[in-house]
Design a protein around this ligand. Sequence first.
Ligand code: GLU
Length: 320
Amino acid sequence: MTDEREARRAWFEQTCVELHQRFGPLDAGEPASYIPELADVDPDRFAIAAMTIQGERIGVGDVDHEFTIQSISKLLMYGLALETHGRERVLEHVGVAPTGEAFNAIELDDETNRAPNPMVNAGAIAITDLVVGADVGERVEQVRSMYERYLGRKPTIDHDVWASERQTGNRNRAIAYLMLSRGIVEDRVEETLDLYFAQCSVLVTADDLALIGATIANHGISPLTGERVVAREVTRDMLTVALTCGMYDYAGEWAFSVGIPAKSGVGGGILAMLPGVGGMATFSPRLDDIGNSVRGLRVFEELSQRFDMHLFDPDRPWRR
Ligand code: GLU
């Protein structure tokens, strides 16, 4: 590493330590409460992690603590669908328009007969429906092996969360059956929902999310294994949708103030990607009313400002 690079790394690491100390005491927000497994998590867990596309890691706090990936899975599944079927076929089922509605809104695009975008539940379920396989076993295997490529290890599912999601997921069921009635998804709704609940229940750490982010930021090559995880051209579409729709109903504000592609989940994780540079992640289960991690938002606002990360910042020093 050159001296300049080393100095920048040290400055970034110090800043992460400082932000962890500063926002650790911030106790605004509550863990998601729609299922007991999420309501019962320790609300004060807090981690900040980053990984460059060269594979250098930074981590502060509970970077090894596992939590469920939840909606962040939607981004990875979108990549899998694009890679399997190509853009045109995917766009027949799911558009790319931000909605301004809640993530679980029962709303479809009537004119085009599609789900609005892959980051809201309707779109995500339609994307999960596109997972190929003769039976549920083969389809689960597709998703499992996708996770394995990103994580560099076999994924673990939190079976209690999975069971609770299944038991309480009637709103998602309503969305899926509405899409079946419109011919947007195939007639295997319960199976697809089960797969969707499973993909949300995969356990990850902040370190894992930083690696996933670094892989996407590296246009699909894992800095950990050196293997291609997702096609190069697909990462462009993943990053675009993350920038426009990744932060629930806060996506516009996020794009304005932080300005990099990201996806958050109600498990408390936020995954952010600086294309060509690396991935970053925060974990803190205290959520605001929109569903984003309160501490996570503060950390990324600060990091973006201090390191001029915004993609459209004229002084952005990070481009290669
Ligand atoms: N399993 C959750 C649901 O579909 C995902 C929630 C989220 O992270 O947005 O309701």
